[in-house]
Design a protein around this ligand. Structure first.
Ligand code: AMP
Ligand code: MG
Length: 374
């Protein structure tokens, strides 16, 4: 396994330069670097570097935009730049549409309308909203309430930009409103109702994943075979990056530009939830945006939780879930879910990874043992 390195692609292409192996994922080889003499490595490196731009970089189209309060990146192979621009624009338009529907900060969004009215009467919602609420409740059931979109009944009282938090009394007064059982969905009428007052929902732990899935669907409709859509910590990969996997770095939770680990991935989704995304520190304590539904306060058992899964709606919801559950219970849940893998960096800086992710040096008895990150 290799750690923090600035040039991820280079390290994958030339793992023997770094003299270390790489993570292997699902069927990939456990690579132990070939041992070339240093001068030969250097000459080969220079030759390949000269050829690289022509071989690898041609026609990879990349565009970024700030939407939903986060950086959206769309990158894909397309030989027709005008076509590529149109496709990227369609993805951004879709992200704006979802933001307008699901933002808790926009009073006219569908989500805000639910929060304003659902305690008084059933609120008819769009099919898209209904499906996402349904999926959120499924994840809440799966995680026994660790993932719970009613966290917002207390969560809305925090303002991470202003550095303000609710008092103990305010938390206690609103804590009972956190419980996904208070959300009543009526499939026939496609409506949602809250069983009591004070309940608020927020889709911040799943909506970006949904938006990325829709972005990938748009790229597929555009005929794109290899590409990536990412929204902050949620990314979905379509195919390979040319003839090799995409190198996806998991950010080092305590070093701004650092990478804790790199995963070569193809045709999959990856989401990371971290305590460094939205937070403030007061009296040495970190108050951040992932809230325990049990206490109404930030969870402090991990620095980050990363989930690899088939789609970003799932990986997004599960990364938030694992962050709340912490390394032990989180990994137990992951091991029970087929097709899901995870890397959790705990609050001591130890990295835990699921059995589907094999490190090259890992002996069978060491798989799953935590390792320090650098
Ligand atoms: P992510 O970065 O995907 O983990 O999403 C974090 C966001 O999930 C937060 O900003 C909240 O909007 C939301 N969230 C926080 N705590 C929870 C929770 N316990 N269950 C569901 N969503 C949550
Ligand atoms: Mg999430």
């Amino acid at each position: 396994m290799y750690f923090a390195h600035r040039n991820l692609n280079l390290q994958f292409l030339f793992p023997w330069l770094a003299g270390q192996g790489s993570f292997a994922y699902r069927g990939g080889k456990l690579t132990n670097p070939a041992r070339f003499p240093l001068p030969a490595r250097f000459i080969l490196f220079v030759v390949l570097m000269l050829l690289l731009p022509a071989i690898v970089q041609a026609d990879w189209f990349k565009q970024q935009a700030k939407i939903m309060g986060t950086e959206i990146t769309v990158e894909f192979w397309d030989e027709d730049t005008a076509h590529a621009k149109r496709c990227a624009q369609s993805v951004f338009t879709e992200m704006h549409r979802i933001d307008a529907l699901m933002s808790p900060y926009k009073p006219e969004s569908e989500l805000s309308r639910i929060n304003q009215q659902a305690a008084k009467q059933p609120v008819k919602v769009s099919e898209e909203m209904f499906n996402l609420l349904h999926k959120s409740i499924q994840v809440a059931e799966l995680s026994r309430g660790a993932f719970d979109i009613t966290f917002s009944s207390v969560g809305y009282l925090y303002d991470y930009r202003q550095g303000s938090k609710p008092s103990e009394q305010q938390i206690q007064d609103s804590l009972e409103a956190i419980d996904y059982h208070h959300i009543q969905l009526d499939k026939n009428k496609r409506s949602v109702r809250f069983a009591r007052s004070g309940v608020r929902i927020d889709l911040g732990g799943i909506a970006k994943g949904h938006a990325v899935d829709n972005g990938i669907a748009i790229l597929k409709q555009c005929g794109i075979k290899g590409g990536l859509v990412s929204a902050g910590g949620d990314s979905r990969i379509l195919g390979d990056r040319g003839d090799r996997p995409w190198m996806m770095g998991i950010r080092h939770p305590r070093k701004k530009q650092g990478v804790a680990v790199v995963l070569p991935l193809s045709d999959t989704a990856i989401s990371t939830s971290g305590d460094y995304e939205r937070y403030f520190i007061e009296n040495g304590e970190r108050y951040h945006h992932i809230i325990s539904p049990r206490t109404g306060k930030s969870v402090n058992s991990s620095w980050s939780a990363t989930v690899i899964g088939p789609d970003t709606t799932t990986s997004d919801a599960l990364s938030t879930t694992l962050f709340v559950l912490g390394p032990k219970q989180g990994m137990q849940l992951v091991e029970s879910l087929p097709g899901i893998d995870a890397v959790i960096i705990d609050a001591q800086g130890q990295m835990h990874y699921s059995s589907g992710l094999l490190a090259p040096e890992a002996q069978p008895d060491k798989v799953g043992q935590p390792k320090p990150i650098m």
